[in-house]
Unconditional design. Structure first.
Length: 321
């Protein structure tokens, strides 16, 4: 079967181990259903897998990809929910200590077919294209949970989104603007700041710029490079919601500022199947659609990975199968 997969891993040269070609996959576990993939999308998680982070070398070769939309064996158009909970788990699957994402323990979505637990299939609304639907299960679901489940801020609040070009950040901007938040965003790129305004941001700023006033919540998926600015940008009692650390996981905690101003730091990871369903309804109702940077054939996966590695992306890179 044709797939984009991790053949070898390298922290310094992650793309060296990316292979697109024929791969024989193991037999699917009991209770899994097949989806013929129409579109998949790229995430930083895929680059981490190529670097050897979160994916054991013993599992190679491993098909990449957490996100997909396609058609099941009954002819239903579906979205694949990428969080795989352990057998018997009940409740919020993101809290399952034994959970995994597709492409960690089970082959991922960047292939002609993917096998997933039946509970991980979500109906694709006809209003969404396969390319749009393929953007949702990781970045857009993460943004939805950060904004509507984890964050304490209500519509009308002022929020800051760090690193406007990223998949999660661009999703937060679009969702928050549609929901009535006052959205500010940062980027070191003038072009990305302009595009953030097009998404609905009220104001945009260069990375690390002093803001005209402090904000209620900061959404930060960048980590070390923006953490100090995120803390300094908050009102007393304000909140950082963090879902990732693409620039590094170990900034100064600045605990004096945290406790003196009674700041809150809330972590958020992915989202639930029910949140994914609500996200699709939100998009259909509001008309908001995922920001797609580019659509490439799966054979050109290396080109998309290179764009992400070089930081040239605004929104999501989608592969058509």
């Amino acid at each position: 079967m044709r797939a984009a997969y991790v053949a070898t891993q390298s922290a310094g040269d992650p793309l060296a181990g990316l292979t697109v070609g024929e791969l024989e996959l193991p037999e699917a576990p009991s209770g899994f259903r097949r989806v013929r993939v129409v579109a998949s999308s790229l995430n930083h998680h895929d680059l981490w897998s190529l670097r050897g982070v979160g994916l054991s070398g013993e599992r190679l070769p491993m098909v990449l990809g957490c996100d997909a939309a396609g058609v099941d064996d009954d002819g239903n158009e579906v979205i694949v929910h990428g969080v795989v909970s352990s057998e018997g788990w009940r409740g919020d699957e993101t809290l399952d200590p034994k959970r995994s994402l597709l492409s960690e323990q089970h082959p991922g979505t960047m292939a002609d077919e993917v096998w997933v637990p039946e509970r991980n299939l979500v109906p694709k609304p006809p209003e969404l294209t396969f390319e749009e639907a393929a953007c949702l299960p990781t970045a857009w679901l993460t943004a939805y949970r950060m904004l509507f489940t984890v964050s304490p801020a209500a519509p009308g609040s002022t929020v800051l989104v760090q690193g406007a070009g990223g998949g999660v950040a661009s999703a937060v901007i679009a969702l928050a603007a549609a929901a009535g938040f006052r959205v500010w965003a940062t980027s070191r790129s003038e072009e990305k700041r302009r595009r953030a305004l097009d998404l609905g941001a009220d104001r945009v700023f260069d990375d690390g710029a002093r803001l005209p006033e402090r904000v209620d919540v900061v959404f930060d998926s960048v980590g070390e490079a923006t953490w100090s600015h995120s803390l300094k940008s908050l009102v007393p009692g304000g909140t950082i919601v963090t879902c990732g650390a693409t620039s590094g996981p170990a900034p100064s905690a600045d605990l004096n500022r945290v406790f003196f101003l009674q700041l809150r730091v809330l972590g958020s990871t992915m989202g639930t199947r029910e949140e994914l369903i609500r996200l699709t309804r939100f998009l259909v109702t509001t008309g908001v659609r995922p920001v797609i940077d580019s659509v490439l054939p799966l054979e050109d996966a290396a080109q998309g990975f290179r764009r992400m590695l070089d930081g040239e992306v605004f929104g999501k890179i989608v592969f058509r199968h």
